[in-house]
Design a protein around this ligand. Sequence first.
Ligand code: SAH
Length: 243
Amino acid sequence: MSESVLDLRKDPMGWAIADYYNNGVAGRLRVFSSMFDEDEMSVKDLFRTFDKMPLLEQRALELCCGNILDVGAGSGCHSLALQEMGKDVCAIDISPRSVDVMQKRGVADVRFVNMYDKSLKGKFDTILMLMNGTGIVGRIDKFSEFFARINELLSEDGQVLIDSSDLIYLYENEDGSVDIDLNGSYYGEVDFMMQYKNMKGDTFDWLYVDFETLSYHADQNGFCSELIFEGEHYDYLARITRK
Ligand code: SAH
């Protein structure tokens, strides 16, 4: 598992976030993957305030308690909302430009670090991972490494609040049947590459996982999971705790 951070020259999302923060507008943040057609990510939406967040995220923020770790905090939208609620949060990200913006926006405790980097120490009561938080796991076969790291970072009675989507809808036929190659890799394993202006990031693995599969792997690694909220389009929020 890589424990590294992004190079300043390979941080398209971070540059888009910085442009939006500095100028109030950003260019197109383009997203390429082998699974989907070329897409664009709304940079403005990365700056969403509590009122503009989907209910799933609002619910997650309300459930956050104790000392909180916001993993992959991006523009700091969730960390800032948590601070406004009087909660105690540490924001981490591997994007140098995003970390810079979070500091400027007033996130009190921001660290430029990968969640797998052992220099990140501490026991957190809540580990928050939003906007397809399971993405950071990368692939199904990385779940044991993920849970081993969660085990290190989570306080005894701590909780992980994480969201994902079941991509099964991409394979459903009109009659409700599903075309999945059961011998192939898991259908939610996606690779992405982002581009902002002329800057391209490296390709990275990003996992979308259905709740049953998440629960299975949590169980295999000593954790249990609870379905907290279901969104409107195969998305959900889960709470993971120790068994
Ligand atoms: N949570 C934010 C941003 C989501 S985008 C929001 O909801 O708006 C995912 C973020 O995770 C990116 O900023 C990316 O740089 C960061 N990230 C990816 N892998 C990471 C890792 N291993 N450790 C910490 N941050 C990571």
